[in-house]
Design a protein around this ligand. Structure first.
Ligand code: THU
Length: 138
């Protein structure tokens, strides 16, 4: 799937966000090696810390289904009521979760706003010197 299509899927996922506290809504569309798409949104909580980001929602749904190999993820996020004007980069916890399941040199992270801006990075770009499974399996 081309990036533009995947960004549209992430925008659709954003409509599912549950963000009554931050009013910042995020959607993610994660593509497996076989081309299946998993969708995620942020899911907040009155106790704040149990909140989950859109990226992790997508990953955890995929992992539950037995998926272990991933190609790329598109992320669209921004203030409620806006078109997601700026790019929304994954938080540190989500980068660490990606590190568990993705090859940092190969996995592509596509950040997009609701309009014309987009940026494609590898996990390594966003998470250099990350600690992952390879550190324990050697
Ligand atoms: N959030 C995400 O879902 N993904 C990101 O990449 C950054 C932040 C969520 C967490 C929280 O629900 C809201 O955005 C504001 O931080």
């Amino acid at each position: 799937m081309i990036n533009e299509e995947l960004i549209l899927e992430a925008k659709k996922a954003r409509e599912h966000a549950y963000a009554p506290y931050s009013h910042y809504r995020v959607g993610a569309a994660l593509v497996t090696k076989n081309g299946k798409i998993y969708y995620g949104c942020n899911i907040e909580n009155a106790a704040y810390t149990p909140s989950n980001c859109a990226e992790r929602t997508a990953f955890f749904k995929a992992i539950y289904d037995g998926e272990r190999e991933f190609e790329k993820i598109a992320i669209v996020g921004g203030a409620e009521g806006s078109d997601a004007d700026e790019l929304c980069a994954p938080c540190g916890v989500c980068r660490q979760v990606m590190m568990e399941f993705c090859n940092p040199q190969k996995f592509q992270i596509i950040l997009a706003n609701g309009k014309d801006k987009q940026l494609q990075l590898t996990l390594k770009d966003l998470f250099p010197y990350g600690f992952g499974p390879d550190n324990l399996n050697k």
